[in-house]
Design a protein around this ligand. Sequence first.
Ligand SMILES: Cc1cc2nc3c(=O)[nH]c(=O)nc-3n(C[C@H](O)[C@H](O)[C@H](O)COP(=O)(O)O)c2cc1C
Length: 197
Amino acid sequence: MDAKKSIEALQFFATGLTEGALVHKLQGQIFKSQGFSKFGQKYIDHFNEEMEWGEKFVERILDLIMAIAIRYFTKFGHSAKMAEVLTGAKAETVATPITEPVDVLYLGSGVLLGRISGDMADFIRTLTPDRVKRVVCFGSCAIIKSPVPQMRSLLQAQGIAVDERSFTCKGSMGPLHAGHPNKQDLDDLRKFVQTTL
Ligand SMILES: Cc1cc2nc3c(=O)[nH]c(=O)nc-3n(C[C@H](O)[C@H](O)[C@H](O)COP(=O)(O)O)c2cc1C
C-alpha cells in the first residue's frame, strides 16, 4: 500500500475510534449518574483504551508524512543489503543527489583500507542543513570500530544535525566475519531504525 492510501486508512480508523470513544465516555458517565458505577467505569475504561489506540494511529500517520531518504555507498554489496531493509523511502546509492527537503536521511557505508569512500565524502559535501534536518548513520566494517565517526565529522562540518544514535555491525573481509552482515545483523538494524523515527 502506498503512503497516501495508508494515511487515508489510518485517518479513517483514528476518526472512527475517537468518535466511538467519546460516545462510550458519555454513556459511561450516564450509567454512573444512574448508580451503575461499575458498569459506567467499564465504559470509561473502554474510552481510555480506544483513545490510546487513536494516539497510536496518529503517531503512525506522523511517521508516514515524515520525509525520509536512504543513501549508501557500497563496495561489496553490504551497505546495499542493509539499506534494503530500511523503510520509508527507496534505497539509493550516493550517486543520487538529495533534491527535496528531508526530515531524516539514513546514510550507510563500509570501510576500505581504513577510510570511507571518496564518493561518500563527496556526497556529504553536497548536503546542507536547510535540506537535511537530521542524519542517522549506519554501516559495517571488519577491523575498525565503525565507519560512523568519519561520516559524522564530515556531516558536522556541513552543519548537519547527526543523530547520536547509529548502527554498526560486522562486514566480512574475506574469511574474516564471513557471512556478515547476516540475518541477525539485518534484524537488529530493522529494530534500531524503529527507534530513530
Ligand atoms: C579489500 C578490503 C579492504 C577492507 N578494509 C577494511 C578496513 O580497512 N577496515 C575495516 O574495518 N574493514 C575493512 N574491510 C571490510 C569492509 O569494511 C566490510 O566488508 C564492509 O561491510 C564493506 O561494506 P560495503 O560492501 O557496503 O562497502 C575491507 C574489506 C575489503 C574486502
